[in-house]
Write a protein that binds this ligand. Structure first.
Ligand SMILES: Nc1ncnc2c1ncn2[C@@H]1O[C@H](COP(=O)(O)OP(=O)(O)OP(=O)(O)O)[C@@H](O)[C@H]1O
Length: 277
């Protein structure tokens, strides 16, 4: 498989605080890699670092190569062109990402127009295809609908339609099904899986939900307090977890309990799983 995203020794610093310790991994075309770990372990920081969207005051080092381009040295203008066109992201809160006073078809069309993905006269037809693809047409949702008239799951589908509008090579999905019921979660993940298969889209999926990860990811990265403690093929990780923190996460998920306390498991002091890859 062609490597789509290669991360080498990426670290993130905020002031004197090391938020992410040097970590390395790759995501290939058509592959889904999951990132998991407790709240505050650095999952969203990793996603934002890859998108070049860290808040002011954050510094990165290391190298991120996407489709052969080094993103860490890419001028902001060129990065802006990549975002939404070649690298897309979907978040958990659809309402904050959607304009409440613009019809959803127009918002999807805006994405296509912004990136010049299709000719102007073909935009409506493409919007309709995207609404069909994400299952909104079947649910009776038209391009003229406004976000407030949709359910949370339907809004997430709109965001997914916008994210995939330009057929990105990489989709970063940050807890984007977390707020949805399990049936809608499964439908959304199946949609993403279909896109990965049909278009060879690489997916970096951030999730607390180990059940979803096991069903949809081929590889899993486990973060503990900003440190990549385990990186393994999904079935190997679930069947024979190597790191005590991974074992504790699996046990918590299995028993629905917060014992043993994860904070008591020591974070490795220097070399990390990722930096050895
Ligand atoms: N804007 C910020 N300013 C300062 N520190 C931040 C900021 N955003 C995140 N952090 C810190 O970075 C660390 C990692 O946070 P991050 O949001 O990446 O974790 P997470 O694993 O995504 O958590 P969650 O699952 O709750 O979303 C935390 O210690 C957090 O306090």
């Amino acid at each position: 498989m062609t490597v789509c995203l290669s991360v080498q020794n990426l670290s993130v610093l905020s002031g004197a605080k090391l938020i992410l310790r040097p970590l390395s991994f790759t995501v290939s075309a058509g592959e889904t890699v999951a990132v998991t770990g407790e709240s505050g372990s650095g999952k969203s920081t990793l996603a934002r670092a890859l998108m070049g969207l860290l808040p002011d005051g954050f510094e990165t080092s290391g190298e991120v190569t996407f489709e052969g381009q080094n993103l860490t040295t890419l001028p902001e203008r060129a990065f802006r062109d990549l975002r939404g066109r070649r690298i897309a992201m979907v978040f958990q809160e659809p309402m904050t990402a959607l304009n409440p006073i613009r019809a959803i078809g127009k918002q999807i069309g805006d994405t296509l127009r912004l990136h010049g993905a299709v000719s102007l006269r073909d935009i409506s037809a493409h919007v309709q295809q995207l609404l069909d693809r994400v299952g909104l047409s079947n649910a009776g949702v038209s391009a003229g609908a406004y976000p407030h008239a949709l359910s949370g799951g339907q809004r997430q589908r709109v965001l997914l339609a916008m994210a995939i509008a330009c057929k990105p090579a990489l989709l970063i999905a940050d807890e984007f099904t977390t707020a949805l019921d399990s049936k809608t979660q499964a439908e959304m993940m199946d949609l993403v899986k279909g896109l990965a298969i049909d278009h060879g889209m690489a997916v970096l999926m951030i999730s607390h939900d180990l059940g979803i990860i096991r069903r949809h990811a081929q590889h899993v990265l486990v973060l503990q307090q900003g440190c990549l403690v385990e990186s393994n093929e999904t079935e190997q990780l679930f069947n024979a977890p190597r790191h005590p923190y991974t074992r504790a996460l699996l046990s918590m998920s299995l028993h629905g309990t917060n014992r043993p306390p994860l904070t008591q498991i020591p974070v490795p002091s220097d070399a990390t799983e990722g930096s050895q890859l």
